[in-house]
Design a protein around this ligand. Structure first.
Ligand code: PHE
Length: 337
């Protein structure tokens, strides 16, 4: 073997040995410079080949290139197998800002219930509450649903005992309030209600705000006036309402109350099914039969009552199409309010 080929071979062997023993970035870099740098051993050897007799140059040139490639490859492999910073424990940067605990907020249904109550508080109503587990007497009997009356079927009741049930509406609070107070009575009663019902607009648990006003000389005009003021306050100023004849055992006459469609303003669209109106609540003049249960004199007082579907009101106000969104607890939905 010629002298220069031997030198190339020696340099390569030394380089590979040094790389095999290198255990950190600094040593690897030193080895690279020592053999492959501009003044490195292999670089100098390759440069010196020009002075060889022409016949020896090709073989020596190939040997030098092969040696450089082999050392460069070994250097790259050694770099790759150094213990990486990424695999160690993450460095703790104590100067980074801390992660703030997430802040919750009121649920959209609770907020809507408060907003509704506020509208009536401004009109002089006070708040009354009643139990969610209710007796047959308050939920039906004293509200003029006699036993076996077909009107009981209007509401699919969830029973928890013989004469004990989950209230199907907040109307029992009417009776409880009148039992405890002499007229005048002006109350709203917010709360949870339950029915065996489950689709895109009905949930087995939902919320209502009941309203009751019993005083001297109350007429249906008062009912319409109060609800007109409510619609303007809760939805937007000037929101029109309309009363449609309806039936409830505890009101006479009874009226379903619609508001002008919040989307199209009454011109007709998909939301209002081209009618221009959206159903919002049930209402009516307190049926005098109720006064018999609570000891009021129907010749002295009269009153109106209404029951607002809170979930429905929230869906209309915020354009929510599926009632399940309200009760699934999906934070991506709830954070929007
Ligand atoms: N309780 C009725 C319902 O849940 C609503 C209502 C309340 C109707 C008060 C008239 C008066 O459907």
């Amino acid at each position: 073997m010629s002298d220069v080929l031997q030198k190339i071979e020696d340099a390569k062997r030394d380089a590979l040995e040094a790389l095999a023993g290198a255990c950190d970035l600094g040593v690897l870099e030193k080895v690279r410079i020592e053999f492959l740098g501009t003044r490195g051993r292999l670089t100098e050897l390759a440069r010196s080949l020009g002075s060889l007799p022409p016949a020896e140059r090709p073989a020596a040139g190939q040997a030098a290139n092969r040696a450089k490639a082999e050392v460069a490859g070994a250097h790259k492999a050694a770099l790759g197998s150094l213990p990486s910073k990424k695999t160690g424990p993450p460095a703790l940067d104590v100067t980074l800002p801390g992660r703030a605990p997430g802040r919750g907020h009121e649920h959209v249904v609770g907020r809507t219930m408060d907003e509704i109550c506020q509208c009536f508080a401004k009109l002089g109503f006070s708040i009354a509450l009643g139990p969610e587990v209710e007796t047959d007497y308050y939920n039906f009997e004293a509200l003029n649903f006699p036993a076996d009356h077909p009107a009981r079927d209007m509401q699919d009741t969830l029973f928890v005992g013989d004469k004990l049930l989950l209230r199907t509406h907040t109307s029992p609070v009417q009776i409880r309030t009148m039992e405890k107070n002499r007229p005048p009575v002006w109350i709203v009663a917010p709360g949870k209600t339950y029915r065996r019902d489950d689709d895109v607009t009905h949930s087995p648990m939902f919320c209502q705000v009941e309203g009751l006003a019993v005083d001297k000389g109350i007429t249906m005009a008062d009912l319409k006036g109060v609800l007109t003021a409510f619609a303007a306050d809760f939805f937007s100023p000037g929101t029109k309402i309309r009363l449609r004849p309806s039936f409830f055992p505890f009101t006479e006459p009874s009226a379903e109350v619609d508001i002008a469609c919040v989307l199209c303003g009454g011109r007709g669209c998909r939301l209002c099914k081209e009618t221009g109106w959206l159903e919002l609540l049930g209402s009516g003049m307190v049926d005098p039969a109720l006064y018999g249960f609570v000891g009021y004199d129907p010749s002295e007082v009269s009153g109106f009552a209404f029951g607002i579907g809170v979930d429905r009101a929230a869906m209309l106000k915020y354009g929510i199409s599926n009632i399940r969104h309200l009760y699934e607890g999906d934070l991506r939905f709830l954070r929007q309010f």
